[in-house]
Write a protein of this length. Structure first.
Length: 131
């Protein structure tokens, strides 16, 4: 494996994160190149920005991931998380509905949609979108 290969640092970041070593994961993600990065790498970079309280920057990474693969439910869900953090819940709900159109079983999208509904006082949502 070449150290400059675009998947090395994101893979290292994923391993570090899975073993509870978040500072190392963040360092690896920051050191990695994003030009030519896969949607999943861009989503990870966005997650890092969101975790550090920078939802606008996270949204940039999430949008880049969506442009690379608009059929990836995780990209739509990630953009919704950033919009929710920015207080833009109506846009977040639109993005979450798109994620659920792509994957009706997307648990993260469903959970955020339920949380937004609870915050609004809308009550529980159906467990699946109607057919």
């Amino acid at each position: 494996i070449e150290p400059d290969h675009p998947t090395v640092l994101p893979t290292l970041a994923g391993l570090s994160r899975s073993t509870g070593r978040e500072p190392e994961a963040q360092s690896a993600l920051k050191a990695g190149r994003v030009s030519g990065a896969s949607p999943h790498v861009l989503l990870m970079r966005g997650d890092l920005e969101l975790a550090q309280g920078r939802p606008e920057k996270a949204l940039e990474f999430y949008r880049r991931a969506r442009r690379l693969n608009s059929l990836l439910p995780d990209a739509w869900t990630a953009m919704a998380k950033a919009k929710h953090a920015l207080g833009k819940d109506s846009t977040a709900v639109r993005y979450l509905n798109r994620a659920l159109e792509l994957d009706p079983n997307a648990a993260d999208a469903r959970a955020l949609l339920d949380r937004i509904a609870d915050d609004r006082g809308d009550g529980p949502r159906p467990s699946r979108l109607p057919d």
